[in-house]
Design a protein around this ligand. Structure first.
Ligand code: TRP
Length: 333
């Protein structure tokens, strides 16, 4: 085992609750990668403040997200689990990379354009340079693979462009990261608007299920889920978006194939189907929620996890930052 394991980095903002989509689309995969790769999993609180946050809520969400990372199966002894603001190298490299990203490039980022449109009263500079901080997250750890959803691919591409630009000027400094989009990507859509991704920002619409939701809330969300005017449970994402999304969820929760699900509900109609999907999700999330609730009662343990994570991450990050500072001509401390 002298060959160095490949490095994985990913992060989620603590700007709201983790959803069923975060679990099936991200966290579940993160857990599966732990054995094979050297994994850094971050809670990106510095990214969260590009949109105004309530301080008490941000603090609560950050700790709760840490508890949920662990209760979803991320083992802090096998993965480096940490909070972004605890490792100042992210801010430091972020600034450097601001100076190697172009105004035009950043202007083309679709997430910036979307968020600027949604937060017209707060189009701050951080929102604009968000991708440079994300590039710093990734490049600090000499990351090879970045597990992200489709919507973040553009940011990873920009990270590659920045890394390439830097490496071309100064010689090899950063590993070239690649987006890692899981093959069986459970891309979970909103239950009420199956055209858009399930997201915490639409909580109010009832289209979102969160990992900490109680069984009653989960069942209510599934009973209200949008289907279509037919009655047949059939996987057809182009024409039956709502039903196909429910089938993906049921398949992920039970391990059953689409063909098995189709025959299980043949002739039974959507009512019974939606109940079954809801119940499968209740059982899937029950241990995750209960474990997280327990962990949140044990604050000392969580503190120990995030301190330990920050220490390991800082050590790795410092190596890259030192190299960068030297190459760009900063006087050594
Ligand atoms: N931008 C990502 C999102 O909105 C979160 C993120 C920040 C991230 N830094 C990252 C993801 C580094 C992967 C790697 O989902």
């Amino acid at each position: 085992m002298d060959e160095k394991r490949k490095v994985i980095f990913s992060g989620i903002k603590p700007s709201g609750a983790l959803t069923l989509g975060s679990y099936l689309g991200a966290l579940k995969n993160w857990v599966a990668l732990s054995d094979e790769y050297e994994c850094y999993y971050c809670i990106v609180d510095m990214h969260a403040i590009t949109v105004r946050q309530d301080p008490a809520e941000l603090r609560r969400n950050t700790l709760s997200q840490l508890a949920q990372y662990i209760s979803c199966g991320l083992d802090p002894s096998k993965n480096v689990v940490f909070i972004q603001s605890h490792v100042p190298a992210h801010a430091e490299l972020g600034w450097v990379l601001d100076c190697y990203a172009m105004f035009g490039e950043l202007s083309r980022m679709t997430q910036f354009k979307d968020k600027a449109a949604k937060n017209a009263d707060n189009i701050n500079a951080g929102l604009f340079t968000y991708p440079c901080l994300m590039a710093a997250d990734i490049l600090l750890y000499q990351t090879n693979l970045v597990p992200v959803g489709e919507d973040q691919k553009q940011h990873v591409e920009l990270t590659r462009d920045i890394a390439h630009r830097f490496n071309t000027i100064y010689g090899d400094t950063f590993a070239m990261p690649e987006p890692y989009i899981p093959k069986v990507g459970a891309r979970i859509m909103s239950l009420t608007e199956p055209d858009s991704k399930m997201s915490k920002s639409e909580r109010d619409g009832g289209g979102c299920v969160c990992l900490m939701d109680k069984p009653d809330d989960i069942m209510r969300a599934f009973k209200r889920a949008v289907t279509d005017s037919e009655t047949e449970v059939r996987f057809d994402p182009a024409n039956k978006k709502g039903v196909s999304n429910l089938m993906s969820i049921y398949s992920a929760a039970t391990g059953r194939s689409y063909a098995e699900i189709e025959s299980e509900f043949a002739g039974k109609g959507y009512g019974a189907f939606k109940l079954a999907v809801g119940e499968s999700v209740v059982e899937l999330l029950r241990p995750i929620r209960e474990r997280a609730e327990d962990l949140l009662k044990n604050k000392d343990y969580l503190v120990q996890v995030y301190r330990d994570g920050a220490e390991k991450a800082s050590r790795a990050a410092a190596r890259t930052l030192r190299k960068v500072y030297k190459k760009i001509g900063f006087v050594e401390r």
